[in-house]
Design a protein around this ligand. Sequence first.
Ligand SMILES: NC(=O)c1ccc[n+]([C@@H]2O[C@H](COP(=O)([O-])OP(=O)(O)OC[C@H]3O[C@@H](n4cnc5c(N)ncnc54)[C@H](OP(=O)(O)O)[C@@H]3O)[C@@H](O)[C@H]2O)c1
Length: 325
Amino acid sequence: MRVFVTGASGHIGFAVVAELLGAGHKVAGLARSEASAEKLRKAGAEVVRGDLDDLAGLVAAAEAAEGVIHLGYKHDLAFGGTPDGFVKAAEHDTRVVKAFGEALIGSNKPFVNTAGTAQLVLFGGMTRTGTEEDVLPGGPRVDGENAVIALAERGVRSSVVRLPPTVHSSLDHHGFVPMFVAAARKNGSSVYIGDGANVWPAVHTLDAAKLYRLALESAPPGTRLHGVADEGVSFRAIAEAIGKGVGVPAKSVSADEAPKYLGGMAHFAQVSNPTSSARTRALLKWEPTHPGLLADLAEGHYFVSADRPTSQVRTHRGPRGRRSR
Ligand SMILES: NC(=O)c1ccc[n+]([C@@H]2O[C@H](COP(=O)([O-])OP(=O)(O)OC[C@H]3O[C@@H](n4cnc5c(N)ncnc54)[C@H](OP(=O)(O)O)[C@@H]3O)[C@@H](O)[C@H]2O)c1
């Protein structure tokens, strides 16, 4: 299948590109810069030069493809420090997926979109384990998810992969884990909030990439999927593993003190988001095979710094014997 992938040069998107090419698909990846375009060409993908702001260009690329995977996102806007950036980025994303939807109506092509498991807690107040059946009526990122699921009624084989707050691996250079590592270095301690019993779900980048391929190939129309391998790792355990890697103690801070240590991440560090992927695993025969979050942290790649040569960092082999870093 010839697949148009947005965010193809990004952390997860680039792994999805490799997964698709490895399975014999052709990939046309969106690239907004020559550097991103070159990265994609070297990997063996075609390049569609363009920007997420150019909806007409996205529509044309979707029409020319046999399937679409959407992983591009304006993280610079969402996390750029402006008070309404997070909401504005999500609103922009909803416009993008609606434009894709218009291009794909009646085609029966697969369209795989991206959302987050944490939205069930952040915007739905969920306190139990979240499942694929849990649906919110609206909210940032939720609107995009619901718009894509609704396309199933209009001749699109649409699906949404909800990702956990941390998609981890040696390919992850600017997700939450690197941010918490940087904060631990700066603070001289790796903090958790209260007793740190709140849990985060997690998935390895290469397991997530495989799920996107399976969704593209065979998810039934209107399917919500959970790209979750670890159902819930306590934030205290995460903070302790980061402290060990950085060489600083882990310590508890109060919710009031947390922003002093973690800035804007303090809010996320308190989230408890236990998440099941039982339905996803059964439906698509998806079984994560790469290290879980704590095992991945123990590998050491997150803690490479200028004073520690990369040769000292253990790596592991990805699928088909490929090195994952
Ligand atoms: N990483 C996680 O732990 C995690 C967790 C939950 C959900 N997610 C979601 O998963 C998706 C992929 O995340 P990621 O970690 O792979 O993100 P990423 O590494 O930041 O990659 C973002 C991608 O979007 C592209 N992009 C950004 N603005 C663009 C624009 N204006 N025009 C064209 N392309 C643009 C980037 O292109 P350049 O390479 O040119 O910058 C890059 O390819 C996002 O929707 C993200 O919110 C990620």
